[in-house]
Write a new protein. Sequence first.
Lengths: 283, 312, 330
Amino acid sequence: MSAITPSPVTLGLGGRLGASKSLLWGGGLTLIWILLALTAPLVAPYDPTAQDLTATLRPPSLTHPLGTDNFGRDVLSRIIWGTRLDLAMGLLALVTPFVAGCLIGLISGYFGGIVDILLMRLLDVTMSFPFFVLVIAIISVLGPGLASFFIAVALVAWVSYARLVRSRVLVLKHADFVLAARSLGYGHLRVMLRHILPNAVLPAIVFAMSDVVITILLGSSLSYLGMGVQPPTPEWGVMIAEGQNFLATAWWICFFPGLAIVFVALGFSLLADGLAERFGTVE
Amino acid sequence: MDRFRFVLYRPLQLVPVLFGISLVSFVLVQSIPGDPVRILLGVRGTAEVIAKVRAQYGLDEPVLVQYFYFLKNLAEGEFGRSIIYKTPVLSLISTRIAPTLFLLCYGVLMAVTIAVPLAVTASINRGRWLDALVRSYSTAGLGLPAFWLGIVLIIVFSLRLGWFPVSGYGRGFFEHLHHLFLPAFTIALALSPVLIRNLRASLLVELEADHITAARSRGLPERRIFFRHVFRNSLIPTITLLGVNIGWLIGGTVVVEQVFSVPGLGSLMVGSIFARDYLVVQAVTLIFACGVILTNFLVDVVSVALDPRIVL
Amino acid sequence: MALLEVQDLAIEFSSKQGPLRAVDNVSFSVGAGEILGLMGESGSGKSVTCRALLRLLPSRQARIVEGAVWFDGQDLVSLPESEIRKLRGRAISMIFQNPSSHLDPVMTIGQQIAEPLIVHKGLSKAEAKNRAVELLRQVGIPDPTQQYDAYPHQFSGGMRQRAMIAAALSCQPKLLIADEPTTALDVTVQAQILRLLLDLRDQEGLTIILITHDLGVIAQTADSVAVMYAGRIVEQGPKSELLRRPMHPYSEALIRSQPELANPDEALPSIDGQPPSLTAPPPGCRFHPRCNLAVADCATGHFDLVPVAQGRLTACNRWQELRDAEGENP
């Protein structure tokens, strides 16, 4: 070892400090959004669907901080209520694919054989489709709506988790501590769940954070296209689609919901960065 | 040249994947509830037409046989007829594919034009405010919804400044460039954060690489070291990343085409979904999947050409 | 007349615990055509010293805080960056420990050797290629015309080191700094590379600073030796005398812990304890906490390198005791 490599102590500390900064900001931002979603009825100044035809297309003012839309609905209140749906789309939609993907990856990687070969083929096939295109193709069959969105995401998104966990399991199953557990006579189930899974699931969790960003973008895009949440429900993509007709006169209807998406996504992206640096996982 | 031999046998390896893709597309249309003839014809045609379609798709046979009919039709370039446009799906696709390809290439080129200087600036100024600025953009930009970005660009550059048309494709190369500028810019802004993050990270690794110290010890000028040694080495992971992201990019194009009313495959797909024109949806899905496979293949060829260590 | 003279060199690294003086008060000189072996454990500051000669330290972390390096009538420490760059590769070159990571993986071997020729000497591509093939031949690469187009990963470790030597020597420098050039190589290949360095010295009059932790390498190659410990030079002298009769307890312990020199019937002696932390080095002689001969005086005062015999310098106050101990126990 030459002594010239930049002192690992300094770099290590610097990196860890940076990581905790990302974690802190990301965690804080995400927490604020979740709180906002939970307390929407208390925080929102107006009913998100209440129309006021005497006050349509009002620019941002003191009474309506982010303006009103073409039905006179308060944009700020609609954004606050929309938090519920958009966060739910990002977080809940991923629960099934996360669990299923991790388990499938675990089983496939651990036992190998024909199951694993078939799984790999299935992964290859699914990943050949553009994620977004496959999701809207499935929705076209199921019909538009939130339920179709959840099903479509579940059918497609598990693939990344299965692949991540599988590749970790392939390494871990030959690790010394796993061999030791096997030699102690533990059964496959115990070794898989107690010894391998906790070590293999970390990259999947880190990836899930950035996947939340992708899924929120996907969900709002679908709603924008009219395939997801349907109007008049306050959802950010829906709001942007509705506001598009009034671009020339009322830019705020479109602008602020998009900003909300950017900031929710920023929270999770920072969280993903922070976790990735903290645990040193590779994508 | 041995390293390029995979160009010959890769298509063979792809056969199972292609089968899988066709199977997924087949299952997609199979699972639509209702009378398949209605799906294929849209309206109740004459008894004669119905009989012809039944024979062509083997609709009276078991599902597995129907799949073989489906494959046979695909092999003959027979994607069926669009019930909305009343034309063969294949000819529909062939008129719609050019704007999409144009937009994709335009967008990627623009993204690279944005990403490379920013990543280079950031890596050279590591830890200083320029780096912090680029890093903030590339983190915040990860969550930029393409459809919203497109709308914001329309507000600013079309409605306020009047520099670019709100929608359309135009005629001839230069009109395409003009009409597709904002859509391509939208794609570029949405794609560049990922590219910047990746390129910046690999530039930082390469800047500290041993062979860079060695090049310095030979007295080579910094500029030459950066472009000949650092940059070339950093490019390889970024090109791989572009390949990985092609699927995501196509998804973005679908939405952006819709925002700017570009007459491409994406807006065709979205329109067909609402019109329940399933054969078009199926065909476009298939084409996009083939596009992904082809892109990944090209990325492999480029990586092998750029990096002498890669053997596929 | 010395080709290179280092005077009171001190280098500091910034670290979380404050400045860390990796090299302190280091002076030595190399005569033209000489091979100086710079020896010490990892972390002793030998690599840092040598990179500082070419100012290749990471500018973000490391700083030369004191001293001068005289080469050709110029002080390399105070030279502007543009001037030092003109010397790199042309007057002074460097080769490194790990040839596989020190060669650009996506550029052919030949191009990397030809590159300095094009940049420094303004040769055309064709001329540079001819010269590079010649250099490949000179460093003992078989079939050089063919191998010109090979990539580093297609070479073995020894071949890569030969290629790196060829790249370093392409512009005929006067001084070659070799940082652990054989450490990453097999023993048989090590000997070939050392042979090559010796040939280059004998035939081309190349001056070499050879950094190594391996006493065997020193014994085979060097003319004179400087031993570093915890950022300082503790002893210096002609190789054969220093190896036969070390005048510092640290060098003596190093020599005794060499497997090939030790008595096969005894357990291999090793030096107790750990090298000191450079953020808070021990006062006095930095070796005293691990030294058998240490007395109270060793923990205070300055321990500078002083001449004690013809060509011999030591930083130990009690070097005579060491000689006596040697005498009692040959």
